[in-house]
Write a protein of this length. Sequence first.
Length: 110
Amino acid sequence: MIVSKKPKYTLISSDENSFKEFQNVLFEKINSFQKENLILQISEDINIENKDFLLFLDTAEQKLQNGTSFVVVNSTVNVDDFPENLNIVPTLQEAEDILEMEAIERELDF
């Protein structure tokens, strides 16, 4: 797992060989990022199934309750297959756009 601190968010990228390995490392450390906006970039080289993405629903809900954002970047899945409260986008730029939109919504009390 590669962690990069940016001015408005923390980017977590996968460098593991399997999703299970990445998930284990991430969930061990996820609590240390409670107050930060997170972008989770999952490599297209990792074999991942739709059910695996659903494991992030709790994290997305916790981030929402904390007033922060959580976005997953992966271009291999159909985002329409997932609940609306789980932000999955194909590019890092789109993830940054989601963070900006959610920050505006929080400022306007949406």
